[in-house]
Design a protein around this ligand. Structure first.
Ligand SMILES: Cc1cc2nc3c(=O)[nH]c(=O)nc-3n(C[C@H](O)[C@H](O)[C@H](O)COP(=O)(O)OP(=O)(O)OC[C@H]3O[C@@H](n4cnc5c(N)ncnc54)[C@H](O)[C@@H]3O)c2cc1C
Length: 287
């Protein structure tokens, strides 16, 4: 079925196979339209350059949250409302649930999808920091087959990613290794709701015999892509969560991120807030 807005074409897919053959037969011509919450804003603003979209919203193959012994696997069309309602996600992946609860308002949470948030590739998006901190993997599917890749490294530059035009993001997989971890998620924006972040920190870690281990630090809105701060993690790993460790980790963090001045904030404010949030996270490892 095809429907038309002047100058744009939206076709609705009947099955995953339909979408994949459309993407494969006319490479680069068609793009997926999921919840439409990013695309419709661009359309309204007259900034939607691409013209042909395939509506994937009705596809049951891209929905559902499956729990196995080792993983929780989420369909690309999982909405923020679905995330918040899921018991295992709430108990084992609280940062993802918090990110979902702080994304837009209820209407956006009902319609916006994790797949759309990832592929829209905004460095200020709220779920990617949590997904990276949880070592997410993503599945890309085309008529050639399926491939799983670590989410880390998927975004290669501003709005650049390792996905071919014939591929669809179908699933997101989270390894269930979070038991006993401290989870810290803070989105700093102009106000509590309906704000784009100035800085967002997602961090997880634990202490064993007083030493920090299994630590992951991810920051949003401080670089062209969401950044996993591995040098800062190295500065924390094996150390006691004390003032000296915090100071050296903060120095490392400031070297790893490169925020800019923009309409929402300044580079200096972002550096200061990122550093403060890191110190706050390290304090949680003490308690
Ligand atoms: C009022 C408002 C408030 C918002 N607040 C926030 C917020 O607080 N935090 C935040 O992070 N975002 C926010 N957003 C942005 C948006 O809601 C999210 O990025 C959302 O997750 C996008 O999902 P979607 O399904 O609507 O994507 P769509 O608009 O359908 O698509 C976005 C992009 O992803 C591509 N795409 C979608 N699904 C797939 C797939 N499965 N495979 C391949 N490509 C795909 C599309 O082709 C398009 O390029 C807000 C938007 C609005 C309008």
């Amino acid at each position: 079925m095809r429907s038309y807005i002047p100058n744009y074409q939206l076709t609705t897919a009947r099955s995953l196979a339909d979408v994949l053959s459309l993407l494969a037969n006319e490479p680069g011509v068609w793009r997926p339209f999921a919840g439409g919450t990013d695309l419709m804003v661009l359309l309204e603003a007259g900034k939607l350059d691409h013209r042909n979209y395939v509506n994937i919203w009705p596809l049951a193959e891209l929905r559902g949250i499956e729990v196995s012994k080792a993983h929780v696997t989420l369909g690309a069309l999982t909405t923020y409302t679905d995330v918040q309602a899921h018991e295992v996600l709430r108990s084992e992946f609280p940062m993802l649930c918090q990110a979902a609860s702080e994304t837009g308002g209820l209407a956006i949470q009902n319609r916006g999808t994790l797949g759309g948030n990832i592929v829209n590739a905004s460095p200020a998006a709220d779920s990617p920091p949590a997904l990276l901190a949880y070592d997410a993997e993503i599945e890309l599917v085309s008529t050639q087959g399926s491939r799983w890749l670590p989410y880390q490294g998927f975004h290669t530059g501003y709005k650049q990613m390792l996905m071919r035009p014939d591929e669809l993001l179908t699933r997101i997989r989270l390894p269930r290794h979070t038991t006993g971890a401290s989870h810290y998620y803070r989105k700093v924006g102009t106000r509590k709701a309906q704000a784009i972040s100035k800085v967002c920190l997602a961090a997880a870690g634990r202490t064993n015999n007083g030493r920090i281990e299994d630590v992951r630090i991810v920051l949003g809105s401080v670089a062209p892509i969401v950044v996993r701060c591995t040098q800062t993690e190295n500065a924390l790993r094996g150390q006691q969560p004390d003032a000296a460790t915090t100071k050296s980790a903060q120095a490392s963090l400031l070297r790893e991120i490169s925020p800019i001045d923009d309409i929402r904030s300044t580079a200096n404010y972002r550096l200061q807030v990122a550093s403060n949030l890191l110190a706050d996270f390290v304090r949680t490892l003490n308690s």
